[in-house]
Design a protein around this ligand. Sequence first.
Ligand code: BGC
Ligand code: BGC
Ligand code: CA
Length: 301
Amino acid sequence: MTMCSVKIECVLPENCRCGESPVWEEATNSLLFVDIPSKKVCRWDSLSKQVHRVTVDAPVSSVALRQSGGYVATVGTKFCALDWEDQSAIVLATIDQDKKNNRFNDGKVDPAGRYFAGTMAEETAPGVLERHQGSLYCLFPDHHVEKYFDQVDISNGLDWSLDHKIFYYIDSLSYSVDAFDYDLHTGKISNRRSVYKLEKDEQIPDGMCIDAEGKLWVACYNGGRVIRLDPETGKRLQTVKLPVDKTTSCCFGGKDYSEMYVTCARDGIGPEDLLRQPKAGGIFKITGLGVKGIPPYPFVG
Ligand code: BGC
Ligand code: BGC
Ligand code: CA
């Protein structure tokens, strides 16, 4: 039997106000992530330890790889293409035009190259917002957008099962991780059900990713942890606690996707609590989990 010891390290003390959307870019050995209210997309080179930051003109809530080069991102209420070299953002589509107080939140590309992302009302404080204002959208490779459903509070974590037949989704204020049947060919979802309800001390489910064994990892906002769930049995398999409370999202990266990267937020933590968690807003790396992840899918189009 191999013993694995879990190690947690802050690899970048970025002081993100709300770090989110970690994505591993194998081609550059880098971690991409965003700081939503700072309007920044960041790329941390794991070899040189250098960070490059591009500032956009609205809160940027997710970033993804693009097959034709550069990245795509959700900026304000727009799906955009990002050119990293000339630091420009080109609008591909705009959503929620009737909801002036909305912005995009988490987003991820599906195994067929479609970019899924949901919206929420802008918060007056973390977790404080007008409810039921959000929707889940998808940007298709031909750049048309479809709305899947509305009435969402805080559209958050999403990923797909390894056989691409299930779409997992989190609306944070439902305190539930949900599953839908997924049709990879059309991108359609159906048959929503809950696969896990968070326990009280796990707080608010935020970002999520799947591992190479088909288990889900969920970052718990205010819970200071990531949890590993078996979506088939509905059981929690593991809890990994971090030295920061507002853990927002996670992804696998590094060599063979054997490391986990976790983002977190600094906004909403009082001065006394900050003394207890000085690394709030940093980028954390977890090693020794004994399970790998899978590469992120690039947006096609
Ligand atoms: C600054 C960091 C800050 C970060 C927020 C960077 O440009 O150097 O101190 O926390 O932006 O995204
Ligand atoms: C949002 C934050 C929110 C948090 C709590 C994040 O995904 O971007 O604005 O406070 O979820 O659920
Ligand atoms: Ca999130």
